[in-house]
Design a protein around this ligand. Structure first.
Ligand SMILES: C[S@@+](CC[C@H](N)C(=O)[O-])C[C@H]1O[C@@H](n2cnc3c(N)ncnc32)[C@H](O)[C@@H]1O
Length: 303
């Protein structure tokens, strides 16, 4: 059978793009892109290849996400391996990286990620900030295996620990410039929720029943407040993801635990530790006063 014929059949079973991506994965050299298919449509495929591709089409037709079938997903322009032990990285999560990149961080920043899943956030930060230190955690050992694998595929700079939120993060880890988390926040009671479309992903990575889906963030913010300062560790910024319909509640919740919201964008929110934020505000006021005094002095001297 020719690729063209197979594609014609596959596109009747599943979305055209999915059929092409399966064809690319099974019939073409590794570095080929979709343009390869257009120019090689009369290439013959072996029976073994066809069986493999047919099986993938069947899985896709039964609702299995394409990322699980292909075993990979792109995040921030890089490929990450995925399997059904981890959430498939979402485009909206890329906003967290954008929000972090806007922060005034030192040359060698330190990052703590809670709930790393495939490792897409932690590994991306290690690559975007080559001089950084990145510690990533997850409660799931199976997820940590995937994250570790992705770290090895990329540069292998991230440190991983299994931890329930901050429990195993040791005080001697010291200071983190940014704590980033995309914790489960989907409330199964949402009327608009299409649970079927999420049924192949681990429910531990998605659903939280209490506090309108925000119970884990509530616990995280509380633990963070208790761990700040002496005998704990400091965090300057906290960047998290939640559904925009939860942002107002999440901001209130964070404020009660000493965090000030600086910015929301898409699904992401950036917070700054209140004491640090206030110290900066006082500093800015002082600089303003000093600038105005200097200007007044200059004017006096000129007269
Ligand atoms: C929404 S997924 C995010 C995965 C990945 N960071 C991403 O953005 O694609 C949430 C992750 O948090 C982990 N998780 C759930 N409860 C946790 C807890 N109590 N402590 C640490 N991690 C937790 C899940 O295992 C899952 O990998």
């Amino acid at each position: 059978m020719m690729i063209e014929e197979w594609l014609k059949w596959a596109k009747k079973q599943i979305a055209a793009l999915d059929a092409e991506l399966i064809a690319l994965a099974v019939f073409t050299p590794k570095e080929a892109d979709r343009s390869w298919l257009a120019t090689h449509d009369v290439v013959k495929i072996t029976t073994k290849m066809q069986e493999k591709a047919d099986e993938m089409v069947q899985k896709r037709a039964s609702g299995v996400p394409l990322a699980y079938i292909l075993g990979e997903k792109e995040f921030y322009g890089r490929r990450f391996e995925v399997n059904s032990d981890v959430l498939i990285p979402r485009p909206e999560t890329e906003t967290l990286i954008d929000l972090i990149c806007e922060l005034p961080l030192p040359k060698q920043p330190s990052f703590l990620e809670i709930g790393t899943g495939s490792g897409c956030i932690a590994v991306t930060l290690a690559l975007e900030y080559p001089q950084s230190y990145v510690l990533a955690t997850d409660v799931s050992v199976k997820a940590l295996d995937v994250a570790y694998q992705n770290d090895i595929i990329h540069e292998g700079r991230v440190e991983f620990i299994q931890s329930n939120l901050l429990r195993e993060v040791q005080p001697d880890e010291g200071h983190f410039d940014v704590l980033v988390a995309n914790l489960p926040y989907v409330d199964p009671a949402w009327e608009w929720l299409d649970q079927k479309s999420l049924s192949h992903e681990p429910s531990r990575a998605l659903y939280v029943k209490q506090d309108g889906g925000l119970a884990l963030y509530h616990r995280l913010f509380k633990e963070l407040r208790l761990r700040q300062g002496r005998g704990g560790f400091g965090v300057d910024y906290v960047v998290v993801e939640a559904d925009p319909c939860q942002h107002a509640a999440l901001i209130q919740m964070a404020e009660r635990q000493g965090l000030i919201a600086l910015k929301t964008q898409g699904f992401g929110i950036t917070f700054e530790r209140r004491q640090r934020y206030q110290a900066w505000q006082r500093m800015r006021k002082l600089v303003d006063v000093e600038t105005r005094l200097a200007e007044a002095n200059n004017q006096d001297n000129n007269h």
